[in-house]
Design a protein around this ligand. Structure first.
Ligand code: DGL
Length: 276
Protein backbone atom coordinates (compact mmCIF):
# COMPACT_ATOMS: atom_id res chain seq x y z
CA UNK A 1 0.00 0.00 0.00
CA UNK A 2 1.18 3.54 -0.79
CA UNK A 3 1.63 5.99 2.02
CA UNK A 4 -1.26 8.16 3.16
CA UNK A 5 -2.45 10.70 5.71
CA UNK A 6 -3.54 10.18 9.30
CA UNK A 7 -7.34 10.02 9.24
CA UNK A 8 -9.13 11.97 11.95
CA UNK A 9 -12.81 11.28 12.48
CA UNK A 10 -15.46 13.06 14.50
CA UNK A 11 -19.25 13.20 14.38
CA UNK A 12 -18.89 16.88 13.51
CA UNK A 13 -16.59 19.69 14.52
CA UNK A 14 -15.30 18.51 17.91
CA UNK A 15 -12.39 16.49 16.54
CA UNK A 16 -10.92 19.73 15.22
CA UNK A 17 -9.94 20.59 18.81
CA UNK A 18 -7.89 17.38 18.82
CA UNK A 19 -6.50 17.89 15.31
CA UNK A 20 -5.25 21.35 16.28
CA UNK A 21 -3.12 19.83 19.06
CA UNK A 22 -1.96 16.93 16.87
CA UNK A 23 -0.74 19.34 14.22
CA UNK A 24 1.04 21.51 16.73
CA UNK A 25 2.82 18.49 18.28
CA UNK A 26 3.39 16.51 15.06
CA UNK A 27 3.26 19.03 12.21
CA UNK A 28 5.17 17.03 9.62
CA UNK A 29 2.46 14.47 8.86
CA UNK A 30 -0.47 14.77 6.46
CA UNK A 31 -3.90 14.78 8.08
CA UNK A 32 -7.32 14.09 6.56
CA UNK A 33 -10.26 15.19 8.70
CA UNK A 34 -13.76 13.81 8.27
CA UNK A 35 -16.73 15.32 10.12
CA UNK A 36 -20.01 13.43 9.78
CA UNK A 37 -21.92 16.70 10.25
CA UNK A 38 -24.95 15.49 8.31
CA UNK A 39 -25.66 12.94 11.04
CA UNK A 40 -24.28 14.77 14.11
CA UNK A 41 -24.73 14.87 17.01
CA UNK A 42 -24.09 11.23 17.82
CA UNK A 43 -24.38 11.73 21.59
CA UNK A 44 -27.88 10.33 22.10
CA UNK A 45 -27.86 7.75 19.30
CA UNK A 46 -28.02 4.00 19.87
CA UNK A 47 -25.01 1.73 20.10
CA UNK A 48 -25.80 0.14 16.72
CA UNK A 49 -26.32 3.42 14.92
CA UNK A 50 -23.07 4.89 16.21
CA UNK A 51 -21.23 1.70 15.26
CA UNK A 52 -22.69 1.75 11.75
CA UNK A 53 -21.98 5.46 11.16
CA UNK A 54 -18.47 5.25 12.58
CA UNK A 55 -17.62 2.17 10.54
CA UNK A 56 -18.84 3.87 7.36
CA UNK A 57 -16.61 6.82 8.14
CA UNK A 58 -13.61 4.62 8.87
CA UNK A 59 -14.14 2.78 5.57
CA UNK A 60 -14.23 6.10 3.77
CA UNK A 61 -11.00 7.22 5.41
CA UNK A 62 -9.43 3.90 4.41
CA UNK A 63 -10.63 4.50 0.84
CA UNK A 64 -8.61 7.74 0.99
CA UNK A 65 -5.49 5.67 1.79
CA UNK A 66 -5.21 6.45 5.52
CA UNK A 67 -3.04 3.74 7.16
CA UNK A 68 -4.10 5.02 10.60
CA UNK A 69 -7.45 6.45 11.71
CA UNK A 70 -8.07 8.20 15.01
CA UNK A 71 -11.62 8.40 16.30
CA UNK A 72 -11.31 11.92 17.75
CA UNK A 73 -14.76 11.55 19.25
CA UNK A 74 -15.43 10.10 22.68
CA UNK A 75 -18.89 8.87 21.75
CA UNK A 76 -17.57 6.90 18.77
CA UNK A 77 -14.57 5.69 20.79
CA UNK A 78 -16.89 4.51 23.57
CA UNK A 79 -19.49 2.83 21.41
CA UNK A 80 -17.79 1.70 18.22
CA UNK A 81 -14.02 1.39 18.61
CA UNK A 82 -13.80 -1.99 20.30
CA UNK A 83 -16.08 -3.71 17.79
CA UNK A 84 -14.30 -2.07 14.87
CA UNK A 85 -10.93 -3.25 16.20
CA UNK A 86 -12.13 -6.75 17.04
CA UNK A 87 -14.54 -7.60 14.25
CA UNK A 88 -14.44 -5.16 11.32
CA UNK A 89 -10.73 -4.42 10.99
CA UNK A 90 -9.42 -7.98 10.59
CA UNK A 91 -11.61 -8.39 7.49
CA UNK A 92 -11.53 -4.86 6.20
CA UNK A 93 -7.88 -3.90 6.52
CA UNK A 94 -5.75 -6.06 8.82
CA UNK A 95 -2.68 -3.94 8.05
CA UNK A 96 -4.25 -0.66 9.20
CA UNK A 97 -5.04 0.71 12.64
CA UNK A 98 -7.95 2.50 14.27
CA UNK A 99 -7.33 4.21 17.62
CA UNK A 100 -9.59 6.16 19.97
CA UNK A 101 -9.32 8.87 22.58
CA UNK A 102 -10.46 7.06 25.73
CA UNK A 103 -7.54 4.69 26.30
CA UNK A 104 -4.79 7.37 26.08
CA UNK A 105 -6.75 9.54 28.48
CA UNK A 106 -7.48 6.87 31.08
CA UNK A 107 -3.88 5.64 31.05
CA UNK A 108 -2.67 8.88 32.62
CA UNK A 109 -5.68 10.50 34.25
CA UNK A 110 -4.99 9.11 37.72
CA UNK A 111 -1.75 11.06 37.90
CA UNK A 112 -3.64 14.34 37.99
CA UNK A 113 -5.77 13.99 41.11
CA UNK A 114 -4.63 14.38 44.70
CA UNK A 115 -8.01 13.54 46.22
CA UNK A 116 -8.45 10.46 44.01
CA UNK A 117 -11.88 11.72 43.04
CA UNK A 118 -12.34 12.47 39.33
CA UNK A 119 -15.33 13.94 37.51
CA UNK A 120 -16.20 13.12 33.90
CA UNK A 121 -18.35 15.44 31.76
CA UNK A 122 -19.45 13.74 28.55
CA UNK A 123 -22.29 13.02 26.14
CA UNK A 124 -25.07 10.67 27.22
CA UNK A 125 -23.67 7.96 24.93
CA UNK A 126 -20.22 8.09 26.49
CA UNK A 127 -21.62 8.11 30.04
CA UNK A 128 -24.03 5.23 29.44
CA UNK A 129 -21.32 3.11 27.78
CA UNK A 130 -19.45 3.04 31.11
CA UNK A 131 -16.18 3.09 29.14
CA UNK A 132 -14.46 5.66 31.36
CA UNK A 133 -15.49 3.84 34.54
CA UNK A 134 -14.12 0.53 33.25
CA UNK A 135 -10.92 1.88 31.76
CA UNK A 136 -10.01 4.05 34.74
CA UNK A 137 -10.69 1.12 37.12
CA UNK A 138 -8.29 -0.91 35.01
CA UNK A 139 -5.39 1.56 35.21
CA UNK A 140 -6.15 3.23 38.57
CA UNK A 141 -8.29 0.90 40.72
CA UNK A 142 -8.02 3.25 43.71
CA UNK A 143 -9.62 6.22 41.95
CA UNK A 144 -13.29 7.16 42.41
CA UNK A 145 -14.97 8.25 39.21
CA UNK A 146 -18.17 10.30 38.93
CA UNK A 147 -19.91 10.95 35.60
CA UNK A 148 -22.36 13.54 34.35
CA UNK A 149 -24.05 13.54 30.96
CA UNK A 150 -24.42 17.00 29.39
CA UNK A 151 -26.88 16.37 26.53
CA UNK A 152 -27.47 20.04 25.72
CA UNK A 153 -23.87 21.18 25.45
CA UNK A 154 -23.07 19.84 21.97
CA UNK A 155 -26.24 21.40 20.44
CA UNK A 156 -25.45 24.72 22.19
CA UNK A 157 -21.87 24.65 20.93
CA UNK A 158 -22.70 23.50 17.38
CA UNK A 159 -25.37 26.21 17.09
CA UNK A 160 -22.93 28.84 18.35
CA UNK A 161 -25.19 29.66 21.31
CA UNK A 162 -22.64 28.79 23.96
CA UNK A 163 -21.39 32.35 24.48
CA UNK A 164 -24.86 33.70 25.22
CA UNK A 165 -26.00 34.16 28.82
CA UNK A 166 -28.78 31.58 28.31
CA UNK A 167 -26.13 28.90 27.88
CA UNK A 168 -24.78 29.57 31.39
CA UNK A 169 -27.86 28.01 32.94
CA UNK A 170 -27.13 24.65 31.30
CA UNK A 171 -23.39 24.84 31.86
CA UNK A 172 -23.91 25.49 35.57
CA UNK A 173 -26.63 22.87 35.85
CA UNK A 174 -24.47 19.94 34.70
CA UNK A 175 -21.36 21.12 36.54
CA UNK A 176 -23.40 21.38 39.76
CA UNK A 177 -24.90 17.94 39.20
CA UNK A 178 -21.43 16.48 38.80
CA UNK A 179 -19.94 18.22 41.82
CA UNK A 180 -22.96 17.27 43.95
CA UNK A 181 -21.94 13.63 43.53
CA UNK A 182 -18.76 14.23 45.53
CA UNK A 183 -17.31 17.32 47.18
CA UNK A 184 -13.87 15.73 46.87
CA UNK A 185 -13.62 15.96 43.07
CA UNK A 186 -10.44 17.91 42.29
CA UNK A 187 -10.13 17.17 38.58
CA UNK A 188 -12.73 17.20 35.84
CA UNK A 189 -12.12 15.63 32.45
CA UNK A 190 -13.80 17.24 29.46
CA UNK A 191 -14.60 13.88 27.85
CA UNK A 192 -16.17 15.29 24.72
CA UNK A 193 -14.10 16.95 22.05
CA UNK A 194 -16.57 19.84 21.81
CA UNK A 195 -16.23 20.88 25.43
CA UNK A 196 -12.91 22.80 25.24
CA UNK A 197 -15.00 25.57 23.67
CA UNK A 198 -16.88 26.03 26.94
CA UNK A 199 -13.88 25.47 29.17
CA UNK A 200 -13.81 29.08 30.45
CA UNK A 201 -17.48 28.89 31.34
CA UNK A 202 -17.14 25.55 33.12
CA UNK A 203 -14.26 26.80 35.25
CA UNK A 204 -16.45 29.73 36.41
CA UNK A 205 -18.82 27.26 38.02
CA UNK A 206 -16.15 25.16 39.72
CA UNK A 207 -14.85 25.90 43.21
CA UNK A 208 -11.16 26.85 43.53
CA UNK A 209 -8.88 23.83 43.53
CA UNK A 210 -10.76 21.96 40.79
CA UNK A 211 -8.70 21.55 37.61
CA UNK A 212 -10.04 20.90 34.13
CA UNK A 213 -8.40 18.51 31.71
CA UNK A 214 -8.88 18.66 27.91
CA UNK A 215 -7.85 15.76 25.72
CA UNK A 216 -5.96 17.37 22.82
CA UNK A 217 -2.51 17.48 24.40
CA UNK A 218 -2.97 13.97 25.84
CA UNK A 219 -3.87 12.50 22.45
CA UNK A 220 -0.93 14.27 20.82
CA UNK A 221 1.55 12.87 23.37
CA UNK A 222 0.05 9.43 23.07
CA UNK A 223 0.16 9.48 19.25
CA UNK A 224 3.81 10.50 19.29
CA UNK A 225 4.70 7.56 21.49
CA UNK A 226 2.48 5.18 19.49
CA UNK A 227 4.29 6.11 16.27
CA UNK A 228 7.67 5.60 17.93
CA UNK A 229 6.61 2.11 18.98
CA UNK A 230 4.99 1.23 15.64
CA UNK A 231 7.44 1.95 12.81
CA UNK A 232 5.38 -0.34 10.53
CA UNK A 233 2.58 2.27 10.69
CA UNK A 234 4.77 5.36 10.97
CA UNK A 235 6.71 4.51 7.83
CA UNK A 236 3.44 4.40 5.85
CA UNK A 237 2.31 7.89 6.87
CA UNK A 238 2.82 10.57 4.26
CA UNK A 239 4.79 13.56 5.46
CA UNK A 240 4.05 16.77 3.61
CA UNK A 241 2.33 18.89 6.30
CA UNK A 242 -0.91 18.85 4.25
CA UNK A 243 -4.21 19.18 6.09
CA UNK A 244 -7.46 18.34 4.30
CA UNK A 245 -11.02 18.59 5.59
CA UNK A 246 -14.16 16.75 4.49
CA UNK A 247 -17.71 17.00 5.75
CA UNK A 248 -20.81 14.93 5.00
CA UNK A 249 -22.88 18.15 5.11
CA UNK A 250 -22.57 21.50 3.31
CA UNK A 251 -18.97 22.64 3.04
CA UNK A 252 -19.88 26.32 3.40
CA UNK A 253 -21.50 25.59 6.79
CA UNK A 254 -18.45 23.63 7.85
CA UNK A 255 -16.09 26.42 6.87
CA UNK A 256 -18.08 29.05 8.72
CA UNK A 257 -18.12 27.08 12.02
CA UNK A 258 -14.88 25.12 11.91
CA UNK A 259 -12.46 27.92 12.70
CA UNK A 260 -13.96 28.27 16.20
CA UNK A 261 -12.75 24.74 16.97
CA UNK A 262 -9.60 24.71 14.87
CA UNK A 263 -8.37 28.20 15.67
CA UNK A 264 -7.74 29.19 12.04
CA UNK A 265 -9.75 29.24 8.80
CA UNK A 266 -10.70 25.93 7.24
CA UNK A 267 -11.72 25.09 3.68
CA UNK A 268 -13.64 21.82 3.51
CA UNK A 269 -14.95 19.59 0.74
CA UNK A 270 -18.16 17.62 0.75
CA UNK A 271 -18.31 13.83 0.60
CA UNK A 272 -21.15 11.28 0.60
CA UNK A 273 -19.18 8.38 2.10
CA UNK A 274 -20.22 6.52 -1.07
CA UNK A 275 -16.95 4.72 -1.51
CA UNK A 276 -18.33 1.16 -1.72
N1 DGL B 1 -17.51 15.41 20.04
C1 DGL B 1 -18.09 14.15 20.31
C2 DGL B 1 -17.45 13.47 21.50
O1 DGL B 1 -16.27 13.66 21.76
C3 DGL B 1 -19.58 14.11 20.52
C4 DGL B 1 -20.44 14.98 19.76
C5 DGL B 1 -21.75 14.34 19.41
O2 DGL B 1 -22.61 14.19 20.28
O3 DGL B 1 -21.85 13.99 18.26
O4 DGL B 1 -18.10 12.71 22.19
Amino acid sequence: MDSGPIGIFDSGYGGLTILKDLISALPGYDYLYLGDNARAPYGQRSFNTIYEYTLESVRWLFSQACPLVILACNTASAKALKNIQLFALPELAPDRKVLGVIRPTTEIIGNYTASKHIGILATTGTVVSGSYLMEIKHFFPEINVFQQACPLWVPLIENNEFQNPGADYFIEKYVDQLLAQSPEIDMILLACTHYPLVRDKIINFCPPGVNLMSQGPIIATSLRSYLQKHPEIESRLSKGSRYEFYTTDAESDFDSHASRYFGSPVKARHTHLDHR
